[in-house]
Design a protein around this ligand. Structure first.
Ligand SMILES: NC(=O)c1ccc[n+]([C@@H]2O[C@H](COP(=O)([O-])OP(=O)(O)OC[C@H]3O[C@@H](n4cnc5c(N)ncnc54)[C@H](O)[C@@H]3O)[C@@H](O)[C@H]2O)c1
Length: 411
């Protein structure tokens, strides 16, 4: 016998509810197990910005020191390695600088706090917040007419992408789009200079890497998100008239550097008499990097900012074609990782306990080598520091910072 109509309806609603329930449970489990952003200290739990004192500090930091009409720059990722050096250099020459960083715990947050304190003493206020927080960005743009945005905030590191892929999508793709969205509506629109990466060259084998080479074979998710950033930059330039310059940095090192990078962790391990693992390529081939000293990168960043043309849009509408550029910023001299270790041994006066292993398939590439002739021509970029001289400065900083009475060095 046929069931009454309301029984079917009841069953229908019941199964929809069940389906919804299980889908929600499934999505929550996926979210719970796969999405772990490096926690951004307390910023996700409580609002760390706003209020009269906070506004005063932003406005004070944004005021150019000398020239009327000086540059006013928002530096994202300002408590990061490169962001700190760039912010300090901009402030030293008199520009107005406001920093922004979420102080996430991808690596030792006390290092980020230490950098922010240095910047504070140099007259740069680092706002604690996330680039995905549109309200915060709108508030900052409401308070300050930024002439430039130096966008350096990102989830960095190649290997960590295998552990926490979502953090890359969150900061390097969604976060970048959020920054561009706010910039497109700003009046005037700022010019944007942002950090891409040499990793976009991926499996490219033509050396040295030139901006014209193919970048469609990324070998890590990190590289893929930076490549996505370059395409996103093209779109916002094309539709909204934003002036955008992408900088492909090659293995940057120096004082106040990143503890997750080889030169930093090798130094730590050599001093602690722990093993130093050196990877080699197929058939015992050497892994080499175009190590670039931070001061050279800072000069490249400032030159990119100084040569950036104005954005052409306003109120979210393009008014004419705008500048779109991409530059390699490297050192042009690839050095084997073995040489990095032997130089550190000499500087630290300690023999390393070396272990040589085949490079695992974790996204790292065997070789990087920058052709910087475009940056040389258009930015006057000319790297000056070789690996030996740069590591000497890094080691001096490291020994001072990690000495019991340390943590006082300047940038
Ligand atoms: N250091 C290198 O060798 C190198 C090479 C190529 C490209 N890059 C790029 O240069 C930029 C700076 O690199 P770095 O070495 O200084 O790295 P870093 O990790 O020291 O600095 C990045 C900073 O951004 C912040 N950040 C991350 N996600 C954020 C978010 N959602 N909101 C606000 N802040 C956020 C972090 O807390 C960190 O302080 C990055 O874009 C990186 O991908 C660096």
């Amino acid at each position: 016998m046929d069931k009454p109509f309301y029984v079917h309806r009841f069953r229908y609603h019941f199964s929809i509810t069940k389906l919804l329930f299980w889908s929600l449970l499934f999505l929550s489990l996926i979210y719970f197990f796969f999405y772990h952003p490096p926690s951004s200290s307390d910023s996700s739990r409580r609002r760390l910005w706003g209020g009269a004192d906070w506004e005063y500090r932003v406005l004070h930091s944004a005021r150019p020191r000398s020239r009327a009409g000086g540059r006013v720059v928002l530096v994202t990722g300002a408590a990061g390695f490169i962001g700190t050096h760039v912010s300090a250099a901009l402030r030293r020459r008199g520009d107005g600088v406001v920093g922004l960083d979420n102080f996430n715990d991808y690596y030792d947050t006390s290092l980020k706090r230490g950098r922010a304190s240095l910047l504070e003493r140099a007259g740069v206020f680092v706002v604690e917040g996330d680039i995905n927080d549109s309200l915060l960005l709108k508030k900052l743009f409401g308070l300050v007419k930024f002439s430039h945005v130096m966008h350096l905030a990102a989830q960095a590191g190649v290997r960590y992408a295998m552990k926490n892929p979502s953090s890359y999508v969150n900061s390097n793709v969604a976060g970048f789009v959020n920054v561009l969205e706010v910039c497109k509506f700003a009046n005037p629109q700022p010019a944007i200079i942002w950090a891409s990466s040499s990793s976009v060259y991926g499996l490219n084998t033509k050396i040295p890497f030139s901006e014209k080479d193919r970048t469609d074979q990324p070998s890590s998710l990190y590289a893929a998100t930076k490549k996505a950033g370059e395409e996103i930059a093209h779109t916002y330039n094309h539709i909204y008239g934003l002036s955008i310059t992408g900088l492909r940095f090659f293995t940057v090192y120096g004082p106040w550097g990143r503890p997750d990078m080889a030169y930093f962790s090798f130094t730590r391990n050599i001093l602690k008499r722990k093993n130093v693992v050196i990877f080699e390529g197929p058939d015992h081939s050497t892994v080499a990097r175009d190590f670039t000293y931070i001061d050279d990168i800072v000069k490249g960043c400032l030159a990119a900012l100084d040569t950036a043309k104005k954005s052409t849009g306003s109120g979210g509408k393009k008014r004419g074609p705008a500048q779109l550029r991409v530059f390699n910023l490297g050192n042009t001299t690839p050095e084997p990782v073995g040489k990095l270790v032997s130089t550190l041994e000499r500087l630290l006066k300690v023999k390393a306990k070396k272990i040589v292993l085949p490079m695992p398939a974790n996204g790292d590439v065997l070789f990087t080598h920058a052709n910087v002739s475009l940056a040389q021509r258009e930015l006057g970029y000319k790297p000056k520091t070789d690996l030996q001289a740069g590591l000497k400065k890094f080691v001096r900083w490291y020994l001072d910072y990690y000495s019991p009475s340390g943590k006082k060095s300047a940038v």
